[in-house]
Structures are given as C-alpha cells and as structure tokens.
Design a protein around this ligand. Structure first.
Ligand SMILES: [Fe+2]
Length: 295
C-alpha cells in the first residue's frame, strides 16, 4: 500500500493565448470534450493571482476544463496589463507538450495535417504537431494513451524524478523520446501519466501567467494533510494557504499550488467529481481520479 500523500495525477494545467482556440484545437485533434468554462475571474484581492497561482502580475482569468481520452486538462487564458511572455518551446527546458500514443501515428498525422503543422519526429514512426492555438503535440506509436510531457533542465531531471517518486508516490513505467529530448514516464496509483524529459536551456520555468505556463495537479484525499507531508519532506513551497471554492461550476474544490524543490509548478487538489455543479446537464465530464488506472 502506498503511503504517498497523493493518489496520482488529476490533471495537467496549461496557459494558452486564446481559450476558445485551444478548446477548439483539442476537440479537433484529440476529440476532447468541453466540461466547463469559468470566468472572466478577477482577483478577490490585489496580488491573489501571484500569491496563489504563481502569476506574474494582475490579470483577469478564464479557465476551461476539457476531457481528452480520459485525461483531464485545464486551460488558462490570462488577460490584462501584466507581462505575459511566451514560455520555452517543447524540447527546451521549461516547455510543455501533450504526447499522444496511438497504434497508427501516420493516420493520426494525416488527419491533423488538415488543421495543424505536422512534421516527422526524430524518434522513429512519430510526428511533431503544432496546433494553431500554439499547443504542441507529439504523436508516437503505442497503445492509445495521452500524457503530459514536461521538459526539465538537465541538472534538474534526476532530482525532479526523485521528488515525484519518493514524495509524490509516482512510479516509473517506461521511457520516452519526444521533441529531441529523452526521458521517463511516471504514473501514480491512479490518474494520468507524465513524461519528464531531459532538455537543454537554462532559462526560468514560465510563470503560470505566461503562455506555455503549466502545472501538474495531484489528487489528494486530504489536501491539507498532503500539504503538511510535502512541507515535512522539505524543499516544497506552497503558494499560500489551501482554498475551497464556494461557488461556480466546481464549488467544493479544495486546492493549493506548490512549487517543487526543482521549481516545477504542482497543485494539490481534491475535486469531488460526482458532486460538482457543472455536472448537471454537462455534455462532458471529467474523469474521476479513481476511474482511470494507468496500464
Ligand atoms: Fe489546476
């Protein structure tokens, strides 16, 4: 039995330039269904987005959740006067991409070439896709699976993988090669799998408000206990105190962002699927953490 404070990956969060374009792209490319849209949201008090979300400046925020191939994705669009820089590209440290494994990448690439820029990948049989909204996608041969892929600076890969294994309870399930970088795939007791790839580049990881900013959210049965466990492990830096959302589509959600010791933005979350207001009449719903067990 696992003693990790979390049970696995609940969702990947990604900041995009335009929320509507990103939702459309993920629908076109991956058949993703829109679960809910929230906002525009203003800061409840000045500095809240910096303190709680790791944004760099004051913004209004729109959030959408989509479900793609049983993986939950959260999309952020920041608007306002704050500085929004483009984050590193996939293959560069600080970058993020989606990785789709499919038995026939060539057929998937042919379909995607109608709407996106597609090129053969360095890894045999694979393709690299840039969707019009700026989301990067690697297509690779394999059993159907969608993963989030984080590109981490060389010196940080081993300690980050160690943090994911020893503190957050993920286990290594295989290797990966995408956007010219190599790495490992890790997954928890349940939830999605993540690829961590060793990439060049020494720049800072993007802020959550930067296009390309991203986070990996871990389900915790008890967010406060998980937060305490990470503090005890050392090096993890929570962004403020946990909050429980009291209205809107995901009322009941308790969450807290945490910077890992290697600077990767994580989230502890307890999103009580099955009781969320948006689910009433929704065409698409999130995949509850316990119902998606990695192969
Ligand atoms: Fe999130």
């Amino acid at each position: 039995m696992s003693h990790a404070p979390t049970r696995g990956i609940d969702h990947f969060g990604l900041t995009v330039a335009n929320l509507d374009d990103a939702v459309r792209d993920l629908g076109d490319a991956l058949g993703a269904g829109l679960c809910y849209v929230e906002g525009p949201l203003d800061e409840p008090y000045p500095g809240w987005m910096t303190e709680k979300l790791g944004a760099r400046g004051a913004f209004t925020l729109r959030v959408a959740a989509v479900n793609a191939r049983a993986v939950n994705l959260e999309l952020f669009e920041y608007a306002g006067d704050g500085p929004r820089r483009p984050g590193p590209l996939p293959g560069q440290a600080g970058g993020f991409a989606l990785l789709q494994r499919t038995p026939d990448p060539t057929a998937a690439a042919r379909e995607l070439a109608r709407v996106a820029a597609v090129r053969p990948a360095h890894a045999p049989g694979g393709f690299e896709v840039l969707l019009p909204s700026g989301i990067a996608l690697a297509l690779q041969p394999g059993k159907d699976e969608l993963l989030g892929a984080l590109f981490v600076h060389r010196g940080d890969v081993a300690p980050f993988v160690h943090e994911l294994q020893s503190v957050l309870g993920l286990r290594r399930t295989g290797g990966v090669d995408a956007f010219g970088a190599r790495g490992v795939v890790l997954a928890g007791e349940c939830g999605a799998a993540v690829a961590v790839l060793d990439a060049p580049g020494a720049g800072p990881r993007p802020a959550n408000s930067d296009v390309g900013g991203h986070h990996v959210a871990f389900h915790a049965d008890d967010v406060d206990a998980a937060r305490a466990a990470l503090l005890e492990a050392g090096g993890f830096v929570p962004l403020g105190e946990p909050e429980t959302i009291t209205d809107g589509p995901i009322a009941g959600d308790r969450w807290n962002y945490v910077l890992s010791p290697t600077g990767v933005q994580l989230e502890l979350i307890n999103l009580p699927d099955g009781t969320l207001p948006y689910e009433d009449g929704a065409a698409h719903t999130r995949t509850p953490i316990a119902r998606r067990v990695p192969a």
